[in-house]
Design a protein around this ligand. Structure first.
Ligand SMILES: *Cc1c(COP(=O)(O)O)cnc(C)c1O
Length: 487
């Protein structure tokens, strides 16, 4: 073997760098948790500067220690383990789950067929069945893991199409205008799924939401009737559990009733919030989820698992075999032909990450109790932040939170024009991003700009939430002053 290649696989070198890296990451974790005030949650760099930096870096001489160089990446990344991280919905991973991810990367078992992932394919079934049980399904349930909620939702809807369309779409295509119904607050990937399936704009019927940003389920019959009269065949309703912007849970019981009455597929997009099934205190928000035909749940959002790890669970596992098949093929629906262990039959992915190992680590090593504690803690934090927001006159809460997502805005004067309020909150959020002490994001609700937080780090305290709000208030006050001067 040539020298370079031989050295590349040197076990001793790997051992040394690996030990060093773990030590540095452990120090990092400790530091983030114990001394948050000495670290930024994010070091902001704009895209052009970042590009210039890393292009220069790529030209430099090879670093002696790759583990040290990797810490350089850690340094410049956003720190989810920092308790001031309250931005997007991804969770700070459990350390052992991250190590499991490392093993997955190292082994690189491809998983397209059973033989290429004997353990991970089997564990995938074990994980999905645990989730199915927690959802409240009986033992007819099952499913797969997919690379993210976006792909999971599309897969579920393809299955719905296969079962509910009048023709054999998979085989012959279709002239039929198919459609799904979903709240206007739904994640954009549901809209995208309908368009990917060729249904166009008419294929996505957006049901208005109420003042809590939940689907107005009493409007479903009217919208279905209107669609039918136009010759549109509605095949499914998608419930959001919860919505992305404000974390609002649709009334899943009401949607289940409607779908049962009208023979529609009921899919729950629980990418973010289906994890509530693990919280004894809060699981009532997903009441009715066990009546859905399919559920998507992201392990990387609220179950502390590395991205991307998504469970797509079907009430009847036999349906999962119909996703990428024509109806005639259902004839091979006998147990022995289903081959639960050859996962690519039911997933988009051919080669796939060994994601089951990461999810299984959470369930087996830490246990469901940790998921319960975590989901309950961050949902409690949502309530605490809402309370603090409500106590201050200069803040407005978008809606009482049902999850760990809380939207609010700075509003110094009720009579301030909408455009100025938008601009101020936008500016506040930009300043917070530049400062980096806290990481929060923003969202648009009814064309208004709101500050948005996802309380995703269980080490975040009420005191930190108070400090974050004080910072928002100070930045807001400064802006109000300078605006007055400019009048
Ligand atoms: C995050 C999210 C998605 C997308 O999931 P990915 O795992 O990011 O692909 C879909 N739906 C909802 C409600 C979400 O919050």
């Amino acid at each position: 073997m040539k020298k370079n290649l031989k050295e590349a696989y040197d076990a001793e070198h790997f051992r040394k760098e690996g030990h060093a890296l773990i030590d540095m990451l452990a120090d990092y974790l400790e530091d983030m948790q114990d001394h948050p005030n000495e670290h930024k949650a994010i070091t902001w760099t704009n895209p052009e500067d970042s590009l210039e930096y890393w292009e220069a870096e790529a030209e430099m001489e090879k670093p002696k220690s790759w583990s040290k160089w990797l810490m350089h990446i850690v340094d410049k990344s956003v720190h989810l383990h920092h308790p001031h991280y309250m931005g997007h919905q991804i969770s700070p991973v459990l350390p052992m789950s991250a190590l499991s991810g490392f093993v997955s990367d190292f082994l690189n078992n491809g998983m397209g067929v059973y033989e290429m992932g004997v353990v991970s394919s089997t564990l995938e079934r074990v994980v999905v069945e645990r989730v199915a049980k927690k959802i409240g399904y009986n033992d007819e349930a099952g499913g797969v893991l997919t690379s993210g909620g976006t792909l999971g939702n599309l897969t579920a809807l393809l299955c719905a199409r296969s079962l509910k369309a009048s023709t054999e779409v998979w085989q012959t295509g279709s002239d039929e205008q198919l459609a799904l119904m979903v709240s206007e607050e739904a994640h954009y990937c549901v809209d995208r799924a309908a368009r990917i399936m060729g249904w166009g704009e008419a294929g996505i019927i957006k049901v208005p939401s109420n003042d809590k940003f939940q689907m107005q389920t009493d409007l479903l019959p009217k919208y279905l009737k209107e669609a039918t009269e136009k010759g549109i065949k509605v095949i499914a309703v998608v419930g959001s559990a919860c919505s992305t912007s404000t974390g609002s849970y649709d009334d899943l019981e009401a949607i289940a009733d409607f779908c049962e009455t009208n023979d529609l597929w009921f899919h729950v997009d629980g990418a973010h919030g289906a994890a509530a099934i693990y919280s004894e205190k809060y699981k009532s928000v997903v009441k009715g989820i066990e009546r859905a035909d399919s559920v998507v749940l992201d392990f990387h959002k609220m179950l502390l698992t590395p991205s991307v790890t998504t469970a797509l669970v079907f009430k009847k596992v036999e349906n999962s075999y119909k996703t990428f098949a024509q109806k005639a093929d259902y004839l091979w629906n006998q147990q022995e032909d289903q081959e639960w262990y050859n996962l690519a039959k039911r997933t988009f992915e051919c080669t796939k990450l060994m994601m089951s190992i990461k999810a299984f680590t959470g369930l087996r090593y830490y246990g469901e109790e940790v998921f319960d504690e975590y989901v309950t803690t961050v949902m409690d934090l949502g309530k605490k932040l809402a309370k603090l927001v409500n106590e201050k006159k200069c803040f407005q809460l978008a809606v009482e939170p049902q999850s760990n997502i809380v939207c609010f805005r700075y509003i110094p004067d009720e009579n301030m024009p909408a455009s100025m309020l938008n601009h101020m909150n936008d500016e506040i959020r930009t300043q917070i991003l530049m400062m980096g002490d806290y990481y929060i994001v923003k969202t648009k609700i009814n064309d208004e700009i709101w500050l948005r937080t996802t309380l995703t780090n269980a080490f975040t305290t009420e005191e930190m939430l108070g400090n974050m709000l004080r910072l928002v208030e100070v930045l807001g006050t400064n802006q109000t002053r300078s605006r007055m001067l400019n009048y």
